[in-house]
Structure formats: structure tokens, C-alpha cells
Design a protein around this ligand. Structure first.
Ligand code: NAD
Ligand code: TYD
Length: 358
């Protein structure tokens, strides 16, 4: 892992991953962050490392084949970590098509560009030989497995059974990654992680949204009765797990990532109110999300036993630290929710390219 392409590195997990890798990987020669800077991408998340000589930012779309070819020629990547995606279930219910093009077509174009660059004899369709040491890692989600009842856990062998347009698009992408491995011999891994929490998460997702609203004395919209269960993992544990898979995962394998941390949504909402010293009267039970998955739970036996990865955070420590982070970064939250940073990007990039194009 010397020259790495990170897609979606201005988002929540991608920006945490870039921090993690730059801190922990001294051997790295170059890290390119390719991000379209949608509403969810925020370069402010990377402000502290932008002058690192190994770090390069490129504003662009994973669906742009020509751009990918140029980047491969310029940086000669040996590793790809593909985070870029539309990631919010509620938005996928409103605009499913965007999720299909970004998450499925984007993955296929990226896989194809990597194959083109990494395969030793591109003209021979039967050849399965790739350059030594190259690896493509698809960052996927436990949501591709669908919903659980009161018992059971998702293993890597659980059949894919996605229920939302978001999870269906992520499952479609996973199937393509597997197809590139089976058909063309591409050296790939897929990681399927449970819900993440931590710094830099866009405040449309449960935990930062509830912190923001509670802090500002706004109501906390809990879908339905709030007894739906998610399995929470601190984002830095997710980043460490991805790195472990890149370093020692077996080619072609899927690894589930989770920290055995099942919590009902209402429990989390109450905990946030409690830590912030706010009243539970701020809770408002609103109409449930259509097709809402009741429960997710990851069986992490494979990654913990085969690759010896373990989460470092307990939920109790992680959530308190995270709440404190959002309190300390209130201005970040304000800027993100006001959309000011998007205007800044428009001024900085889009107007510049309009000018360049005459
Ligand atoms: P996010 O929405 O915070 O960030 C997504 C990033 O991708 C943004 O920076 C956005 O600008 C960029 N992007 C979107 N479309 C793009 C395109 N066409 N080309 C280039 N960049 C584009 O998402 P996140 O929560 O950081 O999730 C990252 C990945 O991890 C996703 O693939 C998601 O499915 C997966 N995942 C997320 C969670 C979670 O709890 N957040 C859990 C498991 C897996
Ligand atoms: P979310 O953070 O959107 O992640 P995902 O749907 O991918 O698991 O939601 C986490 C849980 O919180 C999910 O069960 C939906 C619920 N939720 C609410 O009750 N209210 C909200 O405003 C949001 C955003 C989520």
C-alpha cells in the first residue's frame, strides 16, 4: 500500500480514514482523494492535513472514466478504497435513480479502470494475472443483508436481501465487485460494516442530528416507536478494520465489521439528551420511514479470528467523546447545516471551471 486512491474522502468515513492512514502509514508515497463534493462532501473535514506533501485532492466523479484513466496514469495506484456513494436511506427513498448511478455504475466504472491499469495482459480475456500487490477494497454495509427479527446475526454467508433503494444499490455494487473477481480475477475485498458514529458525520444521520437538535432545543424526530435496533461502531474502529483487511485480508473474501453494540434508537436518543442535560420532552415520535429495517446485527467472528482485528472503543466511551466533539465543533455543525460550505465550493470550483471553459 504505497499509492492509494480514496474515493469519497471528503465524506464522514472517508475523511476519518484519510486522517487514520496519514497518521499510521509512514510508508505511504501518495494518497489521492477523489470526491465530487456533493452535499455530503466537506473539505473542511481535511483542513488540518491539506498541506501534507503526500496528500492530493481531486474534485471529480467516480463515473468519469477519462478522469480515472488520467489519475491512474499520473499516480499509478496500487490500492483503491472505494467509499464514494450516496449514503442516506431517506434520500434514497426520494431519489432512487441517483443512488443507482452513483453507487452501482460508479463502482463498475472504477472497477473497470482498475482492471485496465492493473491487468498484465489486457488483450487476453482468459488471463487472470495482475500486477503484484494491487488491491481494490469496496466499502459496503450490513444493510445489504436486509433486516433481522429479534434474534440472529448477519454472517458473511447470509444471503443479500436489501430493502431500501440505498441498500439495493450497495448490494448491486457488491455483486459487481464479486463478478470482477470471478470473471476477470481482480484482487478485491468487500467489507460490510454496521452503523458508524464519530466526528465529521453529516447531521442528517441519527446521532449528529439528535445532538444538533438537542443542543439547539429543537425536537428530536424519532421514527415510529424508536425500538428499531442498529449495531454501532466508532468510525476509527471501522478505519482500522479496513486497514487490516488491506494488509492481511485474503483476496476475494468478504469481511463483516462490527463491534457487538446493539442499541435501540430510542436508547441512543435518551442517552444524548441525558448527557446534554436536556428534557425528554424534546422527543417527537414521527411517522415511520417506509420499509424501515427493524434490526441489524453483525457477527464479526471472521475478522476477529482470522485477521485479529478488535474494536478499541467501548460504546460508552465512544459516544461521550463523540457528543463532546460535536459540542466543541459547533461552528462546523452550523456551517454544514447552513450549506455555507457548498456556496464556497461553487465559487471556488464551478465558477473557476466555467471561466476556464470560456
Ligand atoms: P457520506 O455520505 O458522508 O460521504 C460520501 C462521500 O462520497 C461524500 O464526500 C460525497 O461528496 C462523495 N461522493 C458522492 N458521490 C460521488 C461521486 N459520484 N464521485 C465522487 N465522490 C462522490 O458517506 P459515509 O457515511 O462516509 O459512507 C462512506 C461509505 O461507507 C459509503 O459507501 C457507505 O455506503 C459506507 N458505509 C457507511 C456506513 C455509515 O454508518 N455511515 C456504514 C457502513 C458502510
Ligand atoms: P440513519 O442514521 O439514517 O442510518 P441507517 O438508516 O442507515 O441505519 O438511521 C439510524 C436509525 O435511526 C434508523 O433506524 C432510522 C432512525 N432515525 C430516526 O428515528 N430519526 C431520524 O431523524 C433519523 C435520521 C434516523
Amino acid at each position: 500500500m504505497k499509492r492509494i486512491l480514496v474515493t469519497g474522502g471528503a465524506g464522514f468515513i472517508g475523511s476519518n480514514f484519510i486522517h487514520y492512514i496519514l497518521k499510521n502509514h509512514v510508508d505511504l508515497e501518495a494518497l489521492v482523494n477523489l470526491d465530487l463534493l456533493t452535499y455530503a462532501g466537506n473539505l473542511e473535514n481535511l483542513h488540518d492535513i491539506e498541506s501534507n506533501p503526500k496528500y492530493y485532492f481531486v474534485k471529480g466523479d467516480v463515473r468519469d472514466r477519462n478522469l480515472l484513466e488520467t489519475l491512474f496514469d499520473e499516480y499509478d495506484f496500487d490500492t483503491i478504497v472505494h467509499f464514494a456513494a450516496e449514503s442516506h436511506v431517506d434520500r434514497s427513498i426520494e431519489t432512487p435513480e441517483l443512488f443507482l448511478t452513483t453507487n452501482i455504475v460508479g463502482t463498475q466504472i472504477l472497477l473497470d479502470a482498475a482492471k485496465q491499469h492493473w491487468k498484465i495482459d489486457n488483450k487476453d480475456k482468459y488471463s487472470r494475472e495482475y500486477r503484484k500487490g494491487v488491491r481494490y477494497l469496496q466499502v459496503s454495509t450490513d444493510e445489504v443483508y436486509g433486516a433481522l427479527g429479534a434474534t440472529g446475526m448477519f454472517t458473511e454467508k447470509t444471503a443479500l436481501s436489501p430493502n431500501s433503494p440505498y441498500s439495493a444499490s450497495k448490494a448491486g455494487a457488491d455483486l459487481l465487485v464479486n463478478a470482477y473477481h470471478e470473471t476477470y480475477g481482480m484482487p478485491v475485498n468487500i467489507t460490510r460494516c454496521s452503523n458508524n458514529y464519530g466526528p465529521y458525520q453529516f447531521p442528517e444521520k441519527l446521532i449528529p442530528l439528535m445532538i444538533y437538535n438537542a443542543y439547539n432545543n429543537k425536537t428530536l424526530p424519532v421514527y415510529g416507536d424508536g425500538t428499531q435496533i442498529r449495531d454501532w461502531l466508532h468510525v476509527s474502529d471501522h478505519c482500522a478494520a479496513i486497514t487490516t483487511v488491506l494488509e492481511s485480508g485474503t483476496v476475494g473474501e468478504v469481511y463483516n465489521i462490527g463491534g457487538n453494540n446493539e442499541k435501540a434508537n430510542i436508547e441512543i436518543v435518551r442517552l444524548i439528551l441525558n448527557v446534554l442535560g436536556k428534557s425528554e420532552s424534546l422527543i417527537e415520535h414521527v411517522k415511520d420511514r417506509p420499509g424501515h429495517d427493524r434490526r441489524y446485527a453483525i457477527d464479526n467472528t471472521k475478522i476477529t479470528t482470522e485477521l485479529q482485528w478488535q474494536p478499541a472503543y467501548t460504546f460508552e466511551d465512544g459516544i461521550r467523546e463523540t457528543i463532546q466533539w460535536y459540542l466543541n465543533h459547533n461552528e462546523w455543525l452550523e456551517r454544514v447545516t447552513s450549506g455555507k460550505y457548498q456556496k464556497y465550493y461553487h465559487d471556488m470550483y464551478d465558477r473557476a471551471s466555467e471561466k476556464n471553459n470560456g
